[in-house]
Design a protein around this ligand. Sequence first.
Ligand SMILES: [Zn+2]
Length: 401
Amino acid sequence: MIHLLLLLAARVLAQDRTTEAGEASITDQTLECTIYSYPPVVAALNTFPPIWQPVMSVPTNDTVGRAKFLAMNASIPNIPPKGTLTGDFSNFTPTYNTADPDCWWTFHQCVTPKLSGLSMDIANVPEPRTLGFGFDDGPNCSHNAFYDYLAEQEQKATMFFIGSNVMDWPLEAQRAVSDGHEICVHTWSHRYMTAFPNEGAFGELYYTLQAIKLVTGVTPTCWRPPFGDVDDRIRYIASQLGLETILWQYNSNDWEVGLNGVTTDTVQANYDALAANVSAGLFDGAGVIMLTHELNNYTMQTMIDNYPKLATAFDHLVPIAVAQNKTQPYVETNYTFQTFASYIANHTTKPSLNGSSGSGSSSGSGSQTTGTGSGSAGAVSGSTGLVAALALVLGAVALGL
Ligand SMILES: [Zn+2]
């Protein structure tokens, strides 16, 4: 056993676990998911909430975050939190007004806010016979084979990243930007958002934005609520943070295999039905978004297995921002996507990255040069590994839709 551990340790040391390119070159999934330490994350940990824990308040030492929350708090709609963080609404739904005054998606899939001033959720895409192509719950530590496959297909996608996963797997998050994928927010701890009080809901979004900025250098302008659980109070908080709400119309149920009677056959039938609906003309007026996941090796492999069928059935598979003709996907203006017309005219090239893909990760690696002496860095590295290991265990419990 000790011999095996030493062997594994030697193989890990032989890999470059300090750069995006080094991490992306690992093909052994056990090695991919072996914890590493990334100095910019280590240095910033005390300004973030605990990884994988629901955010209940802004950390006391984050004066910028607190000021930002207080600036919006008074104007947040007075809609009470619903149910529990794990999605038990049994004590709430029976007394909820059936007219759905909060436009609560979980209740009746409402996507048109009742509160004035809020934009409609994005649940489909305007371009006909087009799939808005995206994946939830990443970055997954063992995603190299999946991202390699997408790269071979010269296929870009929208990645909805969980803040805690970004902190655990920063080089994997960098790869998504480097590969030209679009990054959106999928909250800090992946709980039901309508259950959070205002400060917690703010923190779930704000610290995921901060994590993505810290690690990749970009600030997303889109988010997807875990389980689709959103109402006008949460939409308002997201909009104040510059985030557009993205949902879906079709569900692959890939996350749900083994639960609620869902099997791999169910998931395959969902993929088949989506492709058949293209042929049947259902998307001749407007395109579609299907919920699929970077959650585990099964969900990623299932997409690989079905990709040829989808690519044949649809006229176009594009990141959601491209389908929306949203050419500036991030707050940072030095980063642009092609228009839809331009993208499909030459889909073999990456969405154009003015300033190159290196601009995204450079801010993260730049911070590395400020690292402390080797003695203290070693000590920090060990404790971060423990934090990440605990986070992995907690995260495995928390993950879902
Ligand atoms: Zn999710």
